[in-house]
Design a protein around this ligand. Structure first.
Ligand code: AHR
Length: 505
C-alpha cells in the first residue's frame, strides 16, 4: 500500500491551551553545566558577573520559560546554606551524586541573576534525600519571605532585599532510585513529602509543588510508587514528576524512532494513577504532570563511569557530554509532539539538560558555544508551539518495528496561536526510506496561507554538529503549498517539519 499521511486541523478541536512551561529545561550542578557552561569569568565572552554571553544568547533564542535547579541527583545531598552569602566564604563540598567537588562559586543568588538575564524562571528543588522538612522550610523562607525572620533576614544580609519569589518547588528528586543519596521506599517518601508540602504551603500558599515520581518506567515500584506517594501527599501537591531518557543502544533506528509511543504510554499510565488517587481521596483537584527530565541519553555512558569511578573529586569534569546525531533530533521532535498532545495535563516539562550535560547547547572551554542537532526541534517547538493545542485527527500509513506494532509513519500535532493569527503544524516523517505525501485539511482557518515550511533532514542519520560547523540545520521547503484550504507537501524521509500558516486578517 502506498504510504500517506492525512491530518485534519480544526479550530474547534481544542485539546487545551499550552502551558508555556512545557518548554522548560534543566541546569544541574553536574559536569560542565555551570562551570565553563553558563559561568566562566575568564572566558572572552564573560559579562561583568562571569556569565558567558555566547551561551546566554543561545538560551535566549530558545525562549526557555523555566529552568529546574540545582539538580537532579545533586540536590539529594545539597546544603543550600553553602551556596549563599559571600562567595569567598563558601565551603567546597563533596558532591556524592557525581563524585565531584562543588566549589559553590555559583549558588542560588548567582543562578537567579543568570535566570533574569536568560529571561527565565527558577524551578527549585529541595533536598529530601539526606535532609528533610526543616531544611526545605528554611530554604523557602530564605527565598520567598520578605524580611523580619531568621532566613529572610539572612538573605537581606546577603544583599538581596527583594525575595526571589520562586513559584515552583520540586520535593526531592528520583527518590525511588537506589543511586539517590537518601533514597526512600514509597511509604517513606509519601510521609516526608506530605510533611514537607504541608509545611511549605503554610509558609507560602502561592507556591506549586511537584511530588517526585518514578525515575523511569523500568523501576520495579512503577507505578505503585505514584499510587502510594500521591495517596499520602495528594492534599498538598500540584504535580507529579516524570523522567524518561531514551537511547538507540542496539543501532536499530526504526525501533528508536518508535520510542515516543513509550513516552505516550508512560504519560497515560501516570495520568490514570493520578485520577485513581483523586477518586480514592474523593478529591476535587487534578494532579497534573511535570515531565521534568526528558531527552535522549546514552552516547556518553562509558566516559562518565570512568571519570566518576577512576578520577573522582574534580571540579566540573566533562560528564554526560553526549554529542547528538540527526536521528536523536528526530526523536526529540517526536517527544515534543507527544508533550503537546497531552497539553491538557502536562503543564511543565524540562528538556534535560540545557548546557554541556546531555544538552542542546555545548561550549568549548577555550572557544565557542555551539548548537547540537536537538537544539532545533526544541527551538521550533518553544518558538512556534505557543497557543492552543489542537486535537490531531491523523490517518497515516504504519509500520512495525522490533518492539512496536502499528507505528504511524508520520506523527503530527498542530498549535493555534490566535493572537498572532498563526497555526503551526509539527510533523515527523519517521519512515527512513520513503518520502510521504502529507495532506492537511486547514479549511476551518479560512484565509490562512503558508508562511514557511521549515525542514530538518539529513541523508545521514548519524550526522552531528560541532564547534566548527553544523551538518544538521534547518532549511526551507520550496514545493509546499496551501490551496483551497488544503496544505500539501512531500515530507522528506526521516524529517522534522514545521509548517507555519498565517492568517491574512
Ligand atoms: O539529568 C541527569 C540525571 O538523570 C539527573 O541528575 C537525575 O535526576 C537523572 O537520573
Amino acid at each position: 500500500m502506498a504510504k500517506f499521511a492525512k491530518l485534519i486541523v480544526d479550530q474547534d478541536f481544542v485539546i487545551s491551551p499550552i502551558d508555556k512551561r512545557i518548554y522548560g529545561s534543566f541546569i544541574e550542578h553536574l559536569g560542565r553545566a555551570v562551570y565553563t557552561g553558563i559561568y566562566q569569568p575568564d572566558h572572552p565572552s564573560a559579562d561583568e558577573q562571569g556569565f558567558r554571553k555566547d551561551v546566554l544568547k543561545l538560551v535566549r533564542d530558545i525562549n526557555v520559560p523555566i529552568v529546574r535547579y540545582p539538580g537532579g541527583n545533586f540536590v539529594s545531598n545539597f546544603f543550600w546554606e553553602d551556596s549563599v552569602g559571600p562567595v569567598e566564604q563558601r565551603p567546597r563540598r563533596l558532591d556524592l551524586a557525581w563524585r565531584s567537588t562543588e566549589p559553590n562559586w555559583v549558588g542560588l543568588h548567582e543562578f537567579s541573576q543568570w535566570c533574569k538575564k536568560a529571561d527565565t524562571q527558577v524551578m527549585m528543588a529541595v533536598n529530601l534525600g539526606t535532609r528533610g522538612v526543616a531544611d526545605a522550610c528554611n530554604l523557602l523562607e530564605y527565598c520567598n519571605m520578605p524580611a523580619g525572620t531568621k532566613y529572610s533576614d539572612l538573605r537581606v544580609k546577603h544583599g538581596v532585599r527583594d525575595p526571589y519569589g520562586i513559584k515552583v518547588w520540586c520535593l526531592g528528586n528520583e527518590m525511588d532510585g537506589p543511586w539517590q543519596m537518601g533514597s526512600k521506599t514509597p511509604e517513606e517518601y509519601g510521609r516526608v513529602s506530605y510533611e514537607a508540602a504541608k509545611a511549605m504551603k503554610l509558609i507560602d500558599p502561592t507556591i506549586e509543588l511537584v511530588s517526585s515520581g518514578s525515575s523511569n518506567t523500568q523501576m520495579p515500584t512503577f507505578p505503585q510508587w505514584e499510587a502510594t506517594t500521591l495517596t499520602h501527599n495528594y492534599e498538598f501537591v500540584d504535580y507529579v514528576s516524570l523522567h524518561q531518557y531514551f537511547g538507540n543502544r542496539d543501532g536499530d533506528s526504526n525501533n528508536f524512532l518508535a520510542l515516543s509511543m513509550e513516552m505516550d504510554y508512560f504519560i497515560q499510565t501516570v495520568l490514570s494513577t493520578c485520577n485513581f488517587v483523586k477518586a480514592k481521596k474523593r478529591g476535587k483537584k487534578d494532579i497534573n504532570l511535570s515531565f521534568d527530565e526528558w531527552n535522549v541519553w546514552f552516547h556518553s555512558n562509558a566516559d562518565e563511569e570512568d571519570i566518576t569511578e577512576n578520577h573522582p573529586w574534580q571540579i566540573a569534569p566533562p560528564l554526560l557530554e553526549d554529542v547528538y546525531t540527526f536521528e536523536d533530533a528526530l526523536l526529540v521532535g517526536l517527544m515534543l509532539i507527544t508533550l503537546i498532545k497531552h497539553a491538557d495535563r502536562v503543564k511543565m516539562a524540562c528538556l534535560a539538560q540545557l548546557v554541556n550535560v546531555i544538552a542542546p547547547i555545548m561550549t568549548e572551554k577555550d572557544g565557542t558555544a555551539w548548537r547540537q542537532t536537538i537544539y532545533y526541534p526544541y527551538l521550533h517547538a518553544s518558538k512556534y508551539g505557543r497557543g492552543v493545542a489542537l486535537q490531531p485527527v491523523l490517518s497515516s500509513s504504519k509500520h512495525d518495528t522490533k518492539d512496536y506494532t502499528d507505528v504511524t509513519d508520520v506523527d503530527s500535532v498542530a498549535v493555534w496561536n490566535e493572537e498572532n493569527q498563526e497555526v503551526t503544524i509539527f510533523a515527523v516523517n519517521r519512515d527512513l526510506n520513503d518520502a510521504i505525501d502529507f495532506q492537511c485539511d486547514v479549511r476551518s482557518f479560512a484565509g490562512y496561507g503558508l508562511l514557511e515550511h521549515i525542514v530538518l533532514t539529513s541523508d545521514d542519520l548519524k550526522a552531528t554538529n560541532g564547534p566548527d560547523g553544523e551538518k544538521v540545520a534547518p532549511v526551507l521547503a520550496t514545493d509546499s503549498k496551501v490551496e483551497d484550504g488544503i496544505f500539501t507537501a512531500r515530507l522528506h524521509p526521516a524529517s522534522w517539519n514545521v509548517i507555519r500558516l498565517k492568517g491574512r486578517g
